[in-house]
Design a protein around this ligand. Sequence first.
Ligand code: SF4
Length: 117
Amino acid sequence: MSKKNETASIDPSRRRFLLTTGAGASAALAITVLPNFARADDLPHLSPTDPTAMALGYVEDTAQADDKKYPNHKPTQDCANCNFWQGGSSEYGACQLFPGKAVHTKGWCSAHAEKKA
Ligand code: SF4
């Protein structure tokens, strides 16, 4: 039997079942994936005293960055305009460098990389 004939011979109720289960699987995937984004704002806040945060000079306010230690720091740099920021317009959001923690939108660390337009 050719493929064309197989498709044409699918019972309409079976076709409906396949479409329904496909949509159900897509919805289940969305429910599984979306909360990961929705929870980004609920992550524990990264403490500036966290060893990794300290190693990168993380501060919750870019104005508090140690300019002597980090002479390349610019006051206009903050997490919100960093390429590693994943928090959207939230006050706190995920950063690719600190998995499982949320950083402040006005924060800064020495790994800051200007977001590409
Ligand atoms: Fe903020 Fe970027 Fe440093 Fe992450 S890597 S803490 S987003 S400045």
